[in-house]
Design a protein around this ligand. Structure first.
Ligand SMILES: [Zn+2]
Length: 282
């Protein structure tokens, strides 16, 4: 099953080749798409942007039309140069977006719908997400506002659970959850209502900085939050790159206390923290 970050990468790759280009052809093997396409053709529109929402991938066309696909177990998007041979049989094709240079092909996607902004807003199944921390229009201010709202609406929600909740701020995964809370010196099991204004600011700023830095570097081999002793010249191992994630039982890099781990939230996601650097406050 493709994970959220895989779909995020697919969306980013599709955005790179499609955004700003005119659709020269749109084909589909799905009757529901074909019907909408007959009434409001995709061909001739320009692709505005491609983005992911959790496990959903959304292609925005000009003139208020959005192609929404869900990958479930089997679905995938491929990108081909126009005329290049597909690596999957045509019978598995569900939708093809062609531009002058590229073809984006959705294979085996079990769910594909064409929406307007309004019908998408009303859709029960496509989740509404908070502002995406990696999107160009994300601001620290907006992020702070979202967390502050949470502190009012779900005051008992734990910090770690709140950071992972894609409906509040989209983009943070399970590694970042622990790393951001550590760096902000906030115990991940504290209730969100216990955070001061400056702690909320700190958490959002750090989340933003970490996410930006890791994407900007174009690293494909994992997340780096801890760079340690910069005088060392040898390449760092993965486990030397993080403050607390997967370091339970080891010494805190800041204070030497023992890093702890506990499962958190209804999904029982692992959470790591230092009990000295991140005191529990009620
Ligand atoms: Zn510590």
């Amino acid at each position: 099953m493709p994970e959220g970050d895989t779909i995020y990468r697919s969306a980013r790759a599709l955005h790179r080749v499609l955004a700003g280009h005119v659709v020269t052809a749109f084909d589909t093997g799905l009757a529901t798409l074909a019907r909408v396409n007959d009434d409001t053709p995709v061909k001739g529109r320009t692709i505005d942007k491609v983005e992911s929402r959790g496990k959903w991938l959304l292609v925005y066309f000009t003139g208020d039309l959005i192609l929404v696909t869900h990958m479930l177990m089997s679905g995938s998007w491929h990108i081909y140069r126009t005329g290049e041979r597909w690596r999957m049989p045509r019978s598995k094709m569900r939708a093809v977006i062609s531009t002058a240079e590229w073809q984006a092909v959705a294979f085996n996607v079990p769910i594909a719908e064409l929406h307007t902004a309004r019908s998408l807003e009303r859709s029960e199944q496509v989740p509404r997400l908070g502002p995406d921390i990696l999107s160009g229009d994300f601001t620290i201010e907006a992020g702070i506002k979202r967390i502050a709202n949470c502190a009012r609406e779900t005051p008992e929600a734990e910090v770690g659970v709140t950071l992972l909740n894609q409906r509040i701020i989209a983009g943070l995964g399970n590694v970042y959850k622990s790393e951001v809370a550590f760096s902000a010196r906030i115990h991940p099991f504290r209730a969100i209502r216990t955070l001061s204004r400056s702690e909320i600011e700190r958490v959002v700023e750090i989340a933003y900085r970490y996410m930006k830095a890791n994407v900007a570097d174009g690293k494909s081999d994992g997340i780096v939050t801890y760079t340690g002793n910069r005088r060392t010249t040898h390449a760092m191992d993965r486990e030397e790159r993080l403050w607390v994630y997967k370091r339970e039982g080891q010494e805190c890099r800041r204070c030497g206390a023992t890093v702890l781990m506990r499962k958190q939230g209804t999904q029982a996601r692992v959470t790591f923290w230092c009990p000295e650097c991140q005191p529990f406050i009620t």
